[in-house]
Design a binder for this molecule. Sequence first.
Ligand code: C2G
Length: 131
Amino acid sequence: MKRGITFGTFDVFHYGHLRILERTRELCDYLVVGVSSDELNFSKKGRNPYYSFEERRRIVGAIRCVDEVFKEEALELKADYIRQYHADVLVMGDDWTGKFDWVKPLTGCEVLYLPRTPVISTTALIERIRS
Ligand code: C2G
């Protein structure tokens, strides 16, 4: 059984989020998702997510193709999470291209970057709704 892992904030869950999860699940038999903690999101983006960690965790966990969800506390812990969840493949959107290649030699886990779904993003959505 092939186990896949992916990570994200998944704030204001949208179609691009659904597609990365569905496409990752097509590459494996069991999908584990690391949802960023509020603190990790703040350190990456300089703002708090619109939805709290608990809300984002529940939304991602309710998606049919997602088998398991956990809290991602730091980007640097990727190799530990991969070992903990016995992941065979790490999938991220291509805005992260090259950023997590370092886990392959440490864990043997394959690393893939899939094209982002065009146009949609949480930031763009929030800006459009605001204006
Ligand atoms: N994504 C996508 N298409 C979009 C928007 C997002 O494919 N239009 C993908 C991103 O590339 C990412 C995932 O959806 O793989 C989650 O996106 P974000 O919630 O923006 O995640 P991010 O804040 O980049 O957190 O350890 C990595 C981080 O936790 C990733």
